[in-house]
Design a protein around this ligand. Structure first.
Ligand SMILES: Cc1ncc(COP(=O)(O)O)c(C=O)c1O
Length: 377
């Protein structure tokens, strides 16, 4: 069986250096907010070209703490795309703000920038711009719109480590950016982890305080009611080992994606948009009879796929109260999208086989799956 992703293969590739890094943590004197976290924070900020990086417990917390540190909270409305990880919306609700869903662009699958202004209302205070599947959204355009309306912008870079927009890093445009180091991410650890990146010193100081009970500096006095959301030394040490390889890993992902494109060019599937700065966190095709194609790939060809995401946020019970208008593109994509294996350690040697299986499965599904009801597309 070819897995859709397997982070343990990436760890195996860098095992020796990782085991050394783990040993350093074990033998070190400080297990919480020590040298490893500090070293990683500096290296990651440098890699993005921002002034500050604050290591936190997860990508979800990174979004929540970035928003809170920018002054967003109770009563504020935050615009998020309807098609993203549930975490993007959960982070907004976690800080007591409310949600407003915006539809996505059928080509980029990120926020539809032609429609974005239509969902911004009097109570809107912030936008979370998600670089979905590693496709960089047009941040200069979002920042322009946000400046005109006085809005805070947080970039959700959970799927976009190393992505570039006109040569500049995704994560360096917004007031702050949130990263996840979940194991399957382009830069991932062996557990949970996240970071807030920003060049705003006051915002960074606030995030640094909030992640550690609201303490400031060495005083154990809570200035605000913070949380415990610290990146741990072990994850930081491993991420420091992997960070210098991120460029190579991303180039390998782009190579796999390019070969998929060649193989699937004439097939009956929709291909993801191309972007020279994309980091292809997922290679997501669209296909009719998606669930049948997926089943045939698994059962007949031994290939695992995934779906990111099959339920737009406004259709999920936790968030449905916040729907205020139609979101047809998100719904259509959620029905048709299929994530092929893209992680280089899984897919590099198997692209030809996977692409051929996709072509066969699509033909198979079209002949066996019941036709879609008229008008359902
Ligand atoms: C777009 C997006 N935002 C936020 C998150 C949340 O990250 P974490 O799982 O580290 O909390 C994820 C991770 O799945 C994600 O893909």
């Amino acid at each position: 069986m070819i897995p859709q992703a397997d982070p343990s293969l990436r760890m195996a590739r860098h095992r020796e250096a990782i085991m050394l890094a783990i040993a350093q943590v074990v033998d070190g004197k400080s297990y919480i907010l020590g040298r490893q976290v500090e070293r990683f924070e500096h290296a990651f900020a440098d890699s993005l070209g921002v002034q500050h990086c604050v290591g936190v417990n997860s990508g979800t917390d990174a979004i929540a703490l970035a928003l809170r540190s920018a002054g967003i909270g109770h009563g504020d409305e935050v615009v998020v795309p309807a098609l993203t990880a549930a975490a993007t919306a959960a982070a907004v609700l976690q800080i007591g703000a409310t949600l407003r869903f915006a539809d996505v662009d059928p080509v980029t699958r990120c926020l539809d920038l032609d429609q974005l202004h239509t969902v911004i209302g009097n109570r809107t205070a912030a936008i979370v711009a998600v670089h979905l599947h590693g496709h960089p959204i047009d941040m200069p355009r979002i920042m322009q719109l946000a400046a005109a309306r006085g809005l805070i912008v947080i970039e959700d870079c959970a799927q976009a480590h190393g992505a570039l927009i006109d040569g500049r890093a995704a994560g360096s445009f917004g007031h702050a950016a949130a990263f996840s180091f979940y194991p399957t991410k382009n830069l991932g650890g062996i557990g949970d982890g996240g970071a807030v990146a920003t060049s705003d010193s006051a915002l960074a100081a606030q995030a640094r305080s909030l992640r550690n009970y609201g303490w400031q500096g060495r005083d154990r006095i809570s200035m605000t009611a913070g949380v415990n959301s610290r990146l741990d030394e072990l994850q930081a040490a491993i991420l420091t080992v992997l960070l210098p390889h991120l460029g190579t890993h991303n180039a390998e992902r782009r190579d796999v994606a390019g070969r998929y494109r060649q193989h699937l060019a004439g097939a009956d599937v929709g291909l993801p948009a191309e972007h020279e700065g994309a980091v292809v966190h997922q290679f997501v095709i669209t296909v009719e009879h998606r669930d049948a194609v997926r089943r045939i790939l698994r059962e007949t060809h031994g290939i695992s796929t995934d779906v990111h995401y099959d339920s737009p946020l406004h259709t999920q019970p936790a968030f449905s109260a916040f729907q205020s208008g139609p979101l047809p593109v998100s719904e259509r994509l959620a029905r048709d999208m299929l994530s092929l294996p893209i992680q280089p350690e899984v897919a590099s040697g198997a692209v030809d086989q996977i692409a051929a299986a996709v072509v066969a499965a699509v033909a198979d599904a079209a002949s066996t799956d019941s036709p879609r009801q008229l008008g359902s597309r």
